[in-house]
Design a protein around this ligand. Structure first.
Ligand code: PBG
Length: 324
């Protein structure tokens, strides 16, 4: 058989394949999410996220040192708030001595160069488990935005490099940017969860922080997964309002959205491989149905190939190890 072109020539050895690989993962691509709890020397495995832990601040600092030494450049912080501090205003979120604020300081103190990003949304602090303030069964927008501004300023004050609003209220990026400007935090960045979908894949995360909504769901603020154009609208608006980095979340079921956004914007694009994506890989690997390490590298590479410049993933450490 005569063939003018044989595409398999470029696939015949691992040396050639590595020469022509279009997508290369590197440690600095990853943002490592961390769950933080009160106490000392505490490390609790999250039931629906085997191999992933909620840690007290001291052990979190230890973990951050390890991540930094492996080449990971950024962490994304989430805290578990005690029930007795939850209410419908979320005021614990901007307590200067709150767990988040103490964690930021401890991490920046131990590893000053690591980029600390913080989740901004009221759900861990809300007695209703919603991302905003609840009034007559509704999650009210404008009062929530005011709370998020206070929360963001308090994170910046504690030393956060980026705040990461994950709430999907309207106008919050502009309001947070204005708040940071007015208080002199002109070097604080905003990584906006700009296209965040109402997804079943957040389930294990809500176990980790005990933050599941007490009533209803999050569909009046998070996006409908049927929509694509709306993701571009949300993202362009966030950029106009001052977002430095935008995000698509979840990742694997939304690769088309990542690509659309990547083509539409000129700021870095991040994607969040969320808790349910982690749990799916872990569970099927445990059953012996897929190879965990291969699934980790394949999914992360596909997310980067789709257009993500940065990937928040619970597999950050595993991926760096696998990349050797
Ligand atoms: C809080 C928040 C959530 C996640 C990140 N920030 C949960 C939610 O919106 O209900 C999910 C992360 C994950 O599932 O890994 N607003």
């Amino acid at each position: 058989m005569y063939l003018q072109r044989r595409n398999r020539i470029l696939r015949q050895s691992s040396a050639i394949r590595s020469m022509v690989a279009e997508t290369i993962l590197r440690p600095a691509d990853f943002i490592a999410p961390l769950f933080i709890d009160e106490g000392e020397n505490i490390q609790t495995e999250i039931a629906s996220m085997p191999g992933y832990y909620r840690r007290s601040v001291d052990l979190t600092v230890k973990e951050v040192k390890e991540l930094w030494n492996m080449g990971i450049r950024s962490v994304l912080l989430f805290i578990k708030c005690k029930d007795e501090w939850k209410d419908n205003t979320g005021k614990e979120a901007w307590n200067p001595d709150g767990l988040m604020q103490r964690s930021i300081k401890a991490i920046k103190n131990a590893v000053p160069e690591i980029v600390v990003m913080t989740d901004v949304a009221l759900d861990p602090y809300s007695s209703y488990g919603h991302d905003g303030i609840v009034l007559n069964g509704e999650i009210v927008n404008d009062a929530t935005v005011e709370a998020l501004v206070q929360m963001s300023i308090s994170h910046a004050k504690a030393g956060a490099d980026f705040v990461a609003p994950s709430d999907m209220m309207d106008g919050r990026i502009g309001a947070i940017r204005k708040g940071l400007e007015e208080t002199g935090f002109t070097k604080s960045g905003i990584m906006s969860y700009s296209a965040k979908y109402a997804s079943c894949f957040y389930g294990p995360f809500r176990d980790a922080l005990d933050s599941a909504p007490g009533f209803g769901d999050k569909k009046t603020y998070q996006m409908d997964y049927a929509n694509r154009t709306e993701a571009i609208k949300e993202t362009l608006m966030d950029i106009e309002e001052g977002a430095d980095i935008v995000m698509v979340k979840p990742a694997l079921a939304y690769l088309d959205i990542i690509r659309e956004i990547k083509n539409a914007v000129t700021v870095p694009v991040s994607a969040y491989q969320v808790s349910g994506e982690y749990a799916m890989i872990k569970a099927s690997a445990k059953m012996g149905w897929i190879d965990e390490n291969k699934a980790v590298l394949e999914t992360l590479t596909s997310i980067k190939r789709a257009g993500a410049d940065l990937i928040a993933t619970y597999f950050a450490k595993d991926a760096v190890r696998l990349l050797g």
